[in-house]
Design a protein around this ligand. Structure first.
Ligand code: FUB
Length: 300
């Protein structure tokens, strides 16, 4: 992943030498990374594949790790569990994290039908239910789509935050300034071109360009599309990350000390597989013309 040879040829200043190979977490099956830089450290929020049955993604807690050098990771343990939501019962799936005004928010899909939000004054918790009910609920809200899962939060330069989520049709909803309410209807995200949306939406912005990226299905590539608004529409541009060796693909992009990275999951440990995934990281490069180079998947 962050091999010494790659780093030696890097012109990035401030990225420490790395000698760890993928997977970055070598002693636990974890998946669905949501990667963020909070207070100078990289924090990962993850689905726990260690405690699932091995035949389905049925774990009940989310995990967290942090690092200042992308090599040595501090294990913060179970960061929250389904039991913390009195209104949920199972399936702790891909989390999405963000920070606003010194408060940290985890958007957590449960039961394959709802998304909750947990809040803390620290990125490592403890987190508590932020509103006492689901933020999005398929049984209550219009236009949630087949499965309201895989929440991802993007905050624009004007301070507006949006939550992307969904299976088969990508969804977006603006969040209230309190980050625990929605401010407007759930809308479909339009993507045009020779592509197909499956799950795992992600939004990042470079200059005035909004990059919407997502898995194309099961198995899936990570495709990316660009647009001039966080709400879309987006035009398909290419493959950000090719197929991985498990039947789900789920990525998170982050910039740390001047370098962009992609965190994602694959089968990278003995005993691994579709339900026992491991998190890996590789470098991500944006070309001067605004396109993204397809990630070179290093060992793992
Ligand atoms: O981990 C359970 C599900 O698998 C996630 O919600 C999807 O993104 C896929 O990675």
């Amino acid at each position: 992943a962050l091999a010494a040879g790659v780093l030696l040829s890097s012109t990035v200043i401030g990225v420490p030498p790395a000698n760890a190979a993928n997977p970055i977490i070598a002693d636990r099956f974890v998946a669905d990374p949501s990667a963020h830089v909070f207070n100078g450290r990289v924090h990962l929020y993850l689905t726990d594949d260690q405690t699932n049955s091995g035949t389905y993604w049925d774990s009940k807690a989310w995990r967290s790790y942090s690092s200042s050098n992308l090599v040595d990771w501090t294990d913060h343990g179970d960061i929250f569990s389904v039991a913390g939501f009195s209104w949920a019962s199972q399936y702790a799936w891909a989390p999405g994290a963000t920070e606003r005004n010194g408060r940290y928010y985890l958007y957590l899909p449960v039961d394959r039908t709802k998304i909750g939000v947990a809040v803390s004054s620290s990125p490592t918790g403890p987190f508590t239910d932020g509103r006492g009910s689901a933020l999005v609920d398929k049984a209550r809200d219009a236009n949630t789509g087949e499965e309201p899962i895989d929440p991802m939060i993007f905050t624009d330069d004007d301070g507006s935050s949006y939550m992307y989520f969904g299976t088969r049709t990508p969804k977006v909803v603006k969040l209230g300034a309190d980050m625990v309410s929605t401010a407007g209807p759930i809308a479909d995200v339009g993507v045009t071109g020779a592509t197909k949306y499956g799950e795992a939406p992600h939004l990042h912005k470079i200059g005035d360009t909004y990059y919407f990226s997502y898995s194309t299905g099961w198995p899936g590539q990570i495709h990316y599309a660009t647009g001039s608004s966080p709400l879309g529409p987006f035009t398909y541009r290419g493959v950000l990350l090719d197929y991985v060796n498990v039947n789900t693909n789920h990525h998170s992009l982050f910039q740390y000390q001047g370098q962009w990275y992609v965190a994602y999951h694959k089968n990278a440990r003995e005993g691994g597989g579709n339900h026992k995934r491991s998190v890996v990281m590789d470098r991500l490069f944006h070309n001067p013309d605004g396109t993204i180079r397809t990630v070179v998947q290093t060992a793992g």
